[in-house]
Design a protein around this ligand. Structure first.
Ligand code: ASP
Length: 431
């Protein structure tokens, strides 16, 4: 490829994918895209997922063991969780302010409601059935009964927990047993090798993103007549989500970076582009994780911080998802002619924060967890049928914010710990 920064190539892949998917769908030719091009996107995604678990395991063990200071680790963990919770609560509040301000869904006619719910009926039932989750169980399950099972099932929080304990144990052992540092070195080298694999995989990112986008757009455009109807009835709701997401980015992340780090907004935004484009096209923070780690390290954030704070964030921190759940809950209430009191809206902040923590970092789970929020404020759960048809594009947008939020917190935590050294890491030559 001619010399041009990698994120431009990925952006071109994204635009070309949208165009190709759109043109194919408008000529009724979606089938070849779904049968032959979309699988290339899934292949690319599999490559990223393949390295996410070993990357977290190796780099976290190596990072913790070389940190040699468990109290520092506790402090980094405490700060990260605190910032994750605060930013999510602010995100939901911004979403609620926006949805109250714009009031989408008010006056949606009975006929539109019926047709929306009818078109998504089967899918709604399937999602409602999978929404049975208990927050307590999720907390208990952070400790894996079998770490190899956790690795095999890509249970990221369990992997993080095990890797932390192994790293701490190696640190303690190294004070008594000679040669432990060799083991730590092995983890370090394995982690470097995985980072090398990320570089290799990212070389085909523009093609992967092209194929993913073409597949998504061709799938959405299978029934082209529907698109206009959806936009006219759900356009206001979609715009509210997107405006609130952008507001959170501009108000919260930029201010955090300015207050707590020496990074300029421009520097941060530039480094994040590859991860954001990938989050957008894959709708998965988990699949994007290797690239988020690479982006954050290119800003000079120490591996000890990035390898701990980012996987934790990918699993528990979802500002975009929480914000979206707040907007969606009020939109559904509006559409059903229900008024939510201030008390109920506060309940939304709390439950959406919990629901976003429990949301798995893969496509389309945010809307399933929305059921918890709806239940808490007595809005009929079947209301998710109203918004299901446009969930994918919003999922793409909220995942971008989820990933950006993780990276912002990692940069802030690293800065306050003196563990960021801008300019020390290379930009890996391609971004
Ligand atoms: N797709 C989102 C993510 O992976 C989760 C969601 O909101 O559905 O971050």
């Amino acid at each position: 490829m001619p010399k041009l920064a990698m994120h431009w190539w990925i952006l071109m892949g994204l635009i070309a994918g949208v165009a190709y998917g759109y043109v194919s769908a408008s000529y009724g030719e979606s089938k070849h895209v779904l049968d032959y091009i979309a699988p290339i996107g899934r292949l690319f995604l599999n490559l990223l997922k393949m390295i996410a678990v070993p990357l977290v395991l190796f780099s976290l063990v190596a990072g913790v063991a070389s940190l040699n200071d468990t109290s520092k680790l506790g402090r980094i963990g405490g700060k990260s969780i605190f910032l994750y919770l605060i930013t999510t609560a602010i995100a939901i509040t911004i979403g609620l302010v926006a949805v109250n301000l714009f009031g989408p869904g008010k006056g949606l006619s009975q006929a539109t409601r019926d047709s929306l719910q009818k078109s998504t009926a089967a899918d709604t039932t399937a999602r409602l059935e999978s929404a049975d989750v208990s927050i307590i169980d999720q907390l208990v399950n952070i400790v894996p009964t079998n770490p190899f099972g956790a690795l095999a099932d890509a249970q990221m929080l369990q992997v993080v927990f095990f890797a932390l304990m192994l790293g701490i144990a190696l640190t303690k052992l190294s004070r008594r047993v000679e040669g432990t540092t060799h083991i730590v070195k092995v983890f370090q080298l394995l982690s470097d090798a995985i980072i090398e694999m990320v570089q290799m995989i990212m070389k085909i990112a523009p093609y992967g993103v092209f194929a993913m986008m073409a597949g998504v757009v061709a799938d959405m455009g299978k029934e082209p007549g529907q698109l206009g109807d959806l936009l006219s009835s759900l356009g206001g709701y979609m715009a509210t989500v997107v405006i609130a997401l952008v507001a959170h980015y501009l108000l919260v992340y930029t201010v955090m970076l300015k207050l707590f780090t020496k990074l300029s907004w421009k520097q941060f935004a530039k480094a994040m582009v590859p991860a954001q484009l990938l989050a957008f096209s894959s709708s998965s923070s988990a699949a994007t994780l290797p690239v988020t780690i690479r982006s954050v390290e290119s800003l000079g954030v120490d591996e000890e911080v990035s390898s701990f704070v980012l996987p934790l964030g990918a699993t528990i921190n979802m500002d975009g998802t929480g914000l979206y759940q707040g907007v969606a809950a009020v939109f559904i209430a509006n559409a059903l002619g229900m008024d939510l009191s201030i008390g109920q809206q506060l309940t939304i902040v709390l439950t959406a924060a919990l629901a976003s923590i429990g949301t798995a970092a893969v496509p389309g789970v945010g809307i399933v967890m929305l059921v918890i929020v709806l239940k808490a404020v007595d809005v009929p759960e079947a209301g998710i049928g109203l918004i299901l048809a446009v969930d994918r594009p919003l999922d793409m947008c909220r995942t971008v914010l989820n990933v950006t939020g993780d990276a912002t917190v990692a940069a802030v935590v690293a800065s306050t710990e003196g563990m960021i050294h801008p300019g020390e890491r290379s930009q890996s030559g391609d971004s």
